[in-house]
Design a protein around this ligand. Structure first.
Ligand code: ZN
Length: 321
């Protein structure tokens, strides 16, 4: 996946960093959305300058890149994206920017989860996720569910350890001089992830499994559900680009009543009117807001990935206990 043209930028970097008097030039990294941006910052620390294309509280499913985004990418040394077709707009953007540098597909190698609904009607054969940007023209599906792999893999801490490794490899590839720093930061961060996973598991274990049923606007928490044995139901599919039908909503309301689901949640990135309607039509109360596909701004409670996971679990446990 790493292009050979990278060699040029590596040489240039090598020259700048080897001159002792010059202040270190930060590596310019573009990440597709804020959750990835935080991971890059954790590993890159003082060596990187990270810009997110989709900003905090933004919705990557329906993002429209601007010419400024293409400009930012054309001067980047590393581009980090989720993959799993989360950023359907990315291949065209990279093309528009004529980006030749290193790309990291952070979700490469994760334990994949199929989407619940089966999604779109069209059949489509397996393809190599690393290559699809170059060869296929089928990435224009921001407005329907793709229906194979759920892209929201960051809601599994286990998967994020793989994200961290992929990002670390990418940073080392572009900036081998600081390899030891990146490796150390990754080791430290993975330790934090592991400790958090244990803590969150213990918090959720205080809620009986039969009670762990949650409604969110769109189906973003499949990986979280798998890791923590929580059932998530949603009127919308895995993309916010597709509207929930009246029949979907009616079916969900029936299920909420039947299964005695007590809490529905809003999301930071979505229109929450549907959730408010569902709450009104059932006895389920609104349990707060969950952070699904983006971090919050820095003055709020989910400004980092670790904080986001903690906040989501606190919110769910508070609403269900
Ligand atoms: Zn989503």
């Amino acid at each position: 996946m790493f292009k050979t043209t990278l060699t040029t930028s590596m040489i240039v970097l090598g020259l700048t960093t080897s001159s002792t008097v010059m202040a270190e030039q930060k590596l310019v990294v573009i990440s597709s959305f804020s959750i990835l941006g935080d991971l890059v910052s954790e590993i890159g620390q003082q060596h990187v300058s990270v810009t997110n294309l989709v900003k905090v509280n933004g919705d990557a499913h329906v993002f429209s890149p601007t010419p400024q985004d293409a400009k930012a990418i054309s001067s980047a040394q590393l581009v980090v994206m989720n993959g799993l077709q989360f950023e359907g707009w990315m291949p065209r953007l990279l093309e528009a920017a004529n980006y030749q540098g290193v790309q990291v597909i952070a979700a490469n190698g994760i334990d994949e989860l199929k989407t619940k609904q089966g999604g779109s009607k069209h059949e489509h054969h397996d393809h190599d996720h690393e290559q699809h940007s170059d060869e296929h023209e089928h990435h224009d599906h921001a407005h329907h569910d793709h229906g194979d792999i759920d892209p929201h893999a960051w809601h599994s801490i286990k998967n994020v350890k793989i994200y961290v490794n992929n990002i670390t490899q990418g940073l080392i590839k572009v900036d081998p001089e600081n390899r030891l720093d990146y490796q150390q930061n990754a080791t430290d961060y993975i330790q934090e992830l592991e400790q958090l996973a244990v803590k969150l598991g213990a918090q959720l274990a205080t809620i009986p499994e039969a009670q762990r049923k949650v409604i969110t606007p769109h189906d973003a928490f499949g990986y979280f559900a798998r890791d923590f044995n929580v059932t998530f139901l949603a009127p919308q599919g895995t993309s916010t680009g597709s509207e929930a039908s009246a029949a979907d909503v009616a079916r969900l309301i029936k299920q909420i009543r039947h299964d005695n689901v007590n809490a529905v949640f809003m999301e930071n990135i979505t229109d929450n009117r549907l959730i408010e309607q569902i709450s009104r039509e059932t006895d389920a109360k609104i349990g707060g807001k969950l952070y699904s596909d983006a971090l919050s701004s820095t003055d709020q409670s989910a400004a980092t990935y670790l904080a986001m996971m903690q906040y989501n679990v606190d919110t769910i446990v508070d609403a269900l206990k």
